[in-house]
Design a protein around this ligand. Structure first.
Ligand SMILES: O=P(O)(O)OC[C@H]1O[C@H](O)[C@H](O)[C@@H](O)[C@@H]1O
Length: 562
């Protein structure tokens, strides 16, 4: 197993005493990692009968079992030292106080204010933002209620039956994931669709067989500058207008907007009355509790949405006040740093055993990878260690029949998060028992494997034994929910938000900007012009890109030589 210093993309600067690797806790963790190298999960369990109790924590509705991680008491103590040396507690307080911790954009980071109770006071530039938050929530609730009870009708007076959220990234992944997660709590008379991709196939498929007279679009874009969303929004406007006789006044009954950009929304033709605002201190990937959650509120109703906010808020309070040693998201984040920076894990798997949580890994990809995939510190210095987690996953049991082979017998260290639910949401309780059996079995099998002796005892043919051995020692955390409902979904998401925050503090990065995304947008703008120009364009690309552009133009019947 390699340590972080052997990874491919080594930072250009060497580790120095001013970086994280110079901290005494960092160095102590490196030595400890050497000592832990030969210590298997089996040994850890054999050595400490109290281990399970010591490494499990609870918060209302959720039990977090960290016992199957390659850690012991000393690992945790050293990780807590590291957290202290990195100022984690002060940084948590700074976030909750509305300090401008998004340094590269000079913004406060206050998604926690989106779920603060009405009476709370949270200041940004001296202004209490909580009343505004609740004003928007109230406006969303009034709209969602009217849509759900049929008072809000389309241009022709028909009831709205289809709601399409048009947005991408943070303006799509959260509501898309949560609408699926909370389908059992949804109004089944409303069909919810999500269109994000600039690939017109998604719009075409979503609107196939839909009646424009019964369809409402929620155009969701924080900036109102995003190519994909503005393109799909324009397509949606055409689709509504051509379906409803070209009458522009239809727009008002079939479009609402979610944005911070009133000017852009008005220019598009949506009445600002039908716009739901939010603020620059809400990052896109942290925006599900803002007006970006409007499609979700329409689906599950305002009361359920409020319940979800309650789940978020419970975890906010836990994160803000619990000591590091009892703080679930802190431990999730620190354990993640342990694998990433000290044991050389290349990725982390998110394995929800709930089909309702099918989109949860994709949601966490943005949350984790856009937040912490950074190469400089908050002050713009090159980081001196590995940052970011590669997140991937699929719901169980499907993944078991696809990639778990690598988890059981491959050579890579892949820490896994299993998410399991006790109470079934369907009447098929016997199937739920099988689902639960599988999640517990996988975590057990990955941790403890199957030895040659066990295989011999079970009568395995001798020549197959090497092939059948599962070495075990593949670590995992299990998050066990009492049930999957709006409140526990809020709990779950908030745990990961704060886990990501914890990692970002340890890595000393700005977890709330995303400048890297800009480069692709810039290049795509140039190439889009080259692909569609009438005349063969003169291009300033590398040879490979230029050839791809030429071939595409040729395939589309456009001039390709010149
Ligand atoms: O909501 P929007 O302004 O349209 O942005 C949508 C998404 O696109 C950007 O490129 C960012 O990478 C995301 O963080 C953001 O959520």
């Amino acid at each position: 197993m390699s340590t972080s210093s052997t990874e491919n993309h080594e930072p250009e600067c060497s580790a120095d005493a001013s970086g994280r690797t110079g901290l005494s806790a960092w160095r102590a963790l490196h030595s400890h990692a050497e000592a832990m190298r030969g210590v298997t999960l089996q040994k850890l369990f054999d050595a400490d009968p109290e281990r399970c109790g010591a490494l499990a924590l609870e918060t209302p509705g959720l039990y977090a079992d960290f016992a199957k991680n390659r850690i012991n008491g000393e690992t945790l103590e050293l990780l807590f030292d590291l957290a202290e040396q990195c100022g984690l507690r002060q940084k948590i307080a700074a976030m909750f106080e509305g300090q401008k911790i998004n340094v590269s954009e000079d913004r406060a980071v206050l998604h926690t204010a989106l779920r603060a109770p009405r009476e709370a006071r949270i200041l940004v530039d001296g202004v209490n933002v909580v009343p505004e938050v609740h004003q928007v929530l109230d406006k969303m609730a009034a709209f969602a209620t009217n849509l759900r009870n049929g008072q809000w009708t389309g241009h022709t007076g028909q009831r709205i039956r289809n709601v399409i959220n048009v947005g991408i990234g943070g303006s799509d992944l959260g509501p898309r994931m949560a609408c699926q997660a909370l389908r059992a709590f949804s109004d089944r008379g409303l069909r919810l669709e999500f269109v994000s991709n600039v690939d017109g196939a998604e719009f075409t498929e979503a609107t196939r067989d839909m009646d424009p007279a019964q369809t409402l679009f929620i155009i969701s874009s924080k900036s109102w500058h995003t190519l994909e969303t503005l393109t799909n929004a324009a397509t949606a406007r055409e689709w509504i207008l051509s379906g409803l006789g070209g009458d522009n006044s239809a727009i008002a009954r079939h479009f609402v907007a979610v944005s911070t950009n009133t000017h852009g929304v008005t220019e598009f033709g949506i009445d600002p009355e039908n716009m739901f605002g939010f603020w620059d201190w809400v990052g896109g990937r942290y925006s599900i509790d803002s007006a970006v959650g409007l499609s979700l509120m329409v689906a599950i109703g305002p009361e359920n949405f409020t319940e979800m906010l309650g789940g978020f808020h419970d975890v906010d309070e836990h994160f803000r006040t619990a000591p590091l040693g009892r703080n679930i998201p802190v431990i999730m984040g620190l354990v993640s740093v342990w694998y990433n920076n000290f044991l050389g894990a290349a990725s982390q798997a998110i394995l929800p055993y709930s089909h309702y949580l099918a989109h949860f890994p994709a949601y966490l990809q943005q949350l984790e990878m856009e937040s912490n995939g950074k190469h400089v510190t908050g002050s713009g210095e090159q980081v001196d260690q590995q940052t970011g987690q590669v997140i991937w996953g699929e719901p169980g049991t499907n993944g078991q029949h696809a990639f778990y082979q690598l988890l059981h017998q491959g050579t890579k260290l892949v820490p896994c998060d299993f998410i399991a639910v006790i109470e079934p949401l369907s009447d098929l309780g016997h199937q739920h028992d099988l689902l639960a059996a599988n999640v517990f079995a996988q975590a057990e099998g990955l941790a403890f494997g199957r030895t040659a002796a066990q295989l011999r005892e079970a009568g395995s043919p001798k020549d197959q034994i090497p092939h059948r051995i599962c070495k075990g020692n593949q670590p995992s955390t299990t998050l066990l929910l009492d049930r999957l409902d709006p409140r526990s979904l809020g709990t779950l998401i908030a745990l990961y938000e704060h886990k990501v925050f914890t990692e970002g503090v340890i890595w000393d990065v700005d977890s709330f900007d995303q400048w890297g995304v800009e480069l692709g947008k810039l290049l795509a703008g140039t190439i889009a012009e080259e692909l569609t120009a009438d005349e063969v364009p003169s291009m300033d690309h590398d040879a490979s890109t230029a050839e791809l552009v030429r071939r595409y133009r040729s395939g589309r019947g456009r001039g390709s030589t010149g």
